[in-house]
Design a protein around this ligand. Structure first.
Ligand code: SF4
Length: 363
């Protein structure tokens, strides 16, 4: 049975889990929540304030908008500026600053940039506008990929020649490898994102847990889910175990959604991808397989990129690697706010900086 996340019963159960965490914790542990949605939930419900001081929650790179590289954003801006193009994207992406502008800025300068809620909305636009080229900015972790793959298979079936995507999807397991291999890594355990695992399962995490001797718990997004995920990780750490455990069995199985995985594997293949503020992570992105490469807007449009410049004040790379917290940033809350963001983590609904700003976190 699912308990309402703010019901008295849920609050009682969450408090009981927190008490158990206090009881079993004997030393300091750093636990990273991979997903930005989990970061927001932790901040919103003040879970980090309820934990014993030995437990430090580190916010991971699981904000797809935040890690989309400057190069891809500039590419998007240039494609959007091509006459006859309708450039479509999920809402968060429109406000992410590139080197000199964002997609909203491009729209103000006359580009036809539109917010869509699904890639199939963009395919519909292509059907309705046969004289235009419709491009979808394919951003997101594994969760968004099945719908993007389905949109391409649907486009193929329709025989549409005026729809393409700018591939920017990223994958969680290679990012975990990169974090755990980093010389400044301080992560002792992971909360794995329940929605990603609902698609991909969690079998891919088992060799990572084994290799780096790092426990992982597949966790949901409600306060009680998160508290249980943290407790299960601490139990493993205190007992010297490093397994992948599933605290979200109402949605996640070890194998995941095989139909969705089949669609992904039909259309996409792993490619090296640059993560904003982090650098290139091998095989951490999805590119189109040869049979679907004609849908790649990156090659359909001839784009020349100039020298790209990040804001020198923004430490988003350190925030995304869990090495710094937003409040360690000089610009946080002063020069950088949601209405005047210097970096993507202050824009996105999943960004750690926007979570700290929204929920007034000051320490
Ligand atoms: S507060 Fe703003 S400038 Fe600082 S790291 Fe976050 S997004 Fe970048």
């Amino acid at each position: 049975m699912t308990v309402n996340k703010t019901s008295p019963e849920s609050i009682r159960q969450t408090k009981a889990v927190m008490e158990e965490i206090r009881r079993i914790t004997t030393r300091p542990w750093n636990i990273m929540e991979i997903c930005g949605g989990q970061t927001h939930s932790i901040m919103e419900y003040g879970l980090d304030q309820l934990l014993p001081e030995e437990i430090n929650l580190i916010h991971g790179p699981g904000c797809p908008v935040c890690v989309t590289s400057l190069e891809l954003i500039e590419r998007a801006l240039q494609i959007a500026a091509v006459p006859g193009v309708i450039f479509t994207s999920f809402g968060d992406m429109l406000r992410v600053p590139g080197s000199s502008s964002d997609l909203f800025g491009a729209r103000a300068r006359g580009a036809d940039v539109r917010l869509v809620y699904s890639p199939l909305d963009a395919v519909k636009l292509a059907q309705e506008n046969p004289d235009k080229q419709v491009v979808f900015f394919a951003v997101g972790f594994e969760t968004t990929v099945p719908a993007i793959a389905a949109s391409l298979l649907h486009t193929e079936k329709l025989g549409l020649k005026n729809f393409s995507i700018l591939p920017a999807n990223v994958l969680v397991p290679p990012a975990m490898h990169a974090i755990l291999q980093s010389p400044d890594n301080r992560v002792n355990a992971f909360l794995a994102a329940g929605h990603v695992c609902a698609i991909m399962g969690y079998w891919q995490y088992e060799p990572i847990a084994e290799k780096y001797q790092t426990p992982m718990v597949v966790t949901g997004f409600d306060p009680l889910d998160l508290a249980i995920g943290i407790l299960m990780n601490i139990r493993q750490l205190e007992e010297g175990r490093y397994e992948v455990e599933n605290a979200y069995p109402r949605y996640v199985t070890r194998a995941g959604n095989l139909t969705a995985q089949g669609m992904i594997n039909q259309v996409f293949k792993p490619v090296d991808r640059q993560w904003r503020g982090i650098g290139t992570i091998p095989l951490s992105g999805l590119g189109l397989k040869e049979a679907y490469s004609h849908f790649d807007a990156g090659t359909r449009f001839d784009i020349q990129l100039a020298q790209l410049q990040e804001s020198p004040l923004c430490i988003a790379g350190s925030v995304l690697r869990g090495v710094a917290k937003p409040i360690n940033c000089y610009a946080f809350g002063t020069l950088c706010t949601p209405s005047n963001p210097l970096g993507a983590p202050m824009v996105s609904a999943e960004g750690a900086c926007s979570a700290y700003y929204r929920y007034h976190k000051v320490n």
